[in-house]
Design a protein around this ligand. Structure first.
Ligand code: LLP
Length: 412
């Protein structure tokens, strides 16, 4: 028996497109977006789901996001450039702690919303909007001091975080004054993002409570953007909250907090990234050589840390199978190692798998978020192709890089 993605076996996809290959189940991504969107509804305020596009940015994805009627969170001129090709600017939220003046002008000219991180950026927004004579909606990123229990590299809300401003800080006070005095800047709301791969909703609730209380000090209805961070299942240890439940829980908690504090908001915005694309993404590799060392057995695959840096960077855990041998017993304990010249290039250590030989296809699950988007050219690896599968339809959405592509910007 063979593993299928949509109606295609992994071997068929590998034969048609080559490996390493990123495959996304388009139907699943659309389904997850609808779970978020259709349940993030309230009769007390507007709602908007944004896709945090850093998780997986490509033209086909921005197009899909637009077709599903949600917005985009972008963090660079590069992401903004692609989002603007498909997306209404008012549904684009421009994040980042160190936007350049060129990026700021690009965003202002396009009419996107800014999530301003710091006092320096507030000054830049003031100056640029005056120069361009354009109105700009500005949200401020707050550091609400809530620390989600997650891997320390991806926690973003401790007091010394590089992101946002503390609610009690002088910098926030001065930034708000800048907006107040400016002819072009409009205070649109506040934002918080407490971390990533979170399973316990209490961190989100604490953040909502803190911001809603803070909103009492403003006499206008503002946007409350509560960020992303909703966890996904990489291995059986992970127990994510169902995505429709997350939306409902956030709505309920926000409505209650607003009522308790007698505050009204204009809109509630959420920014899932990982959970929209993570579980919909698979990486297919071909097994090359295998090796036994005194304490280990290796299956060498034709990709590795260049297409998925997460195991090396975060000790991230994944699950995988030999996709063309789904019936075979998992008799082997193996380490799946990539082909980079680096001993840390291990995608999964000590996993039970079927006995494999050269030419077999390995499928690693849940690689859709921060895999392709964090890929590198280390060892001059060619960035893999990406395919979207939707039932019986398959389409190439990113071509595999050629050797020429690898050197296209080199000047001799
Ligand atoms: N909004 C903001 C402001 C963010 O900084 C992030 C992620 C998100 C939304 C989306 O969070 P998500 O729903 O994807 O958890 N490279 C790391 C993850 C870094 C997350 C950065 N910010 C990883 O591979 O685990």
């Amino acid at each position: 028996m063979e593993l299928k993605i949509g109606n295609f076996t992994c071997s068929e996809l590998a034969a048609k497109y080559g490996t390493p290959l990123y495959v996304y189940d388009e139907a699943l991504m659309r389904h997850i977006i609808r779970l978020y969107k259709n349940n993030l509804v309230s009769d007390k305020f507007e709602t908007l789901v944004l896709f945090a596009s850093k998780a997986f940015a490509c033209m086909a994805m921005y197009k899909l996001v637009h077709e599903e009627g949600i917005g985009s969170d972008v963090v660079s001129g590069g992401e903004l450039y692609a989002a603007l090709k498909y997306q209404e600017p008012e549904k684009i939220f421009f994040h980042g702690n160190n936007k350049t003046m060129q990026e700021i002008e690009m965003g202002i000219n396009a009419g996107v919303k800014f999530v301003c991180d710091n006092l320096g950026e507030a000054e830049m927004l003031r100056d640029a909007s005056e120069r361009l004579k354009k109105k700009v909606d500005v949200l401020f990123r707050l550091n609400v001091g809530v620390e989600a229990h997650t891997h320390k590299f991806i926690v973003t809300a401790h007091v010394d975080s590089k992101f946002g401003m503390l609610m009690s800080s002088d910098d926030l006070k001065k930034s708000l004054e800048i907006v107040e005095k400016s002819e072009y800047l409009n205070l649109a709301g506040f934002h918080s993002h407490i971390g990533s791969q979170i399973f316990d909703p209490s961190g989100f609730y604490a953040a909502i409570d803190k911001i809603v209380e803070f909103l009492k000090g403003f006499d206008k209805e503002l946007i409350l953007n509560i960020g992303g961070g909703y966890g996904v299942k990489y291995t059986d240890e992970d127990k994510p909250i169902p995505y429709d439940e997350i939306s409902k829980m956030l709505i309920k908690h926000t409505e209650d907090a607003l009522e308790k504090n007698n505050v009204k908001i204009k809109a509630l915005v959420i920014e899932p990234g990982r959970s929209i694309v993570g579980e919909a993404g698979y990486t297919l590799y071909t097994v090359g050589n295998t090796k036994k060392t005194p304490n280990r057995q290796y299956y060498f695959i034709d990709g590795g840390m260049a297409d998925n840096i997460r195991p090396a960077l975060y000790q991230a855990k994944y699950d995988a199978v030999i996709a063309n041998k789904m019936d075979a017993p998992k008799t082997e304990t193996v380490t799946l190692a990539g082909k980079c010249c680096e001993s840390g290039d291990l995608i999964i250590e000590d996993i039970k798998m079927a006995k494999a030989e050269r030419g077999d296809i390995v499928c690693v699950f849940t690689t859709g978020a921060y895999g392709y988007s964090m890929s590198s050219h280390y060892n001059k690896a060619q960035t893999p192709a990406v395919v979207f599968v939707n039932g019986d339809k398959d389409r190439l959405v990113i071509k595999r890089e050629s050797y020429e592509d690898l050197y296209r910007n080199d000047c001799e």
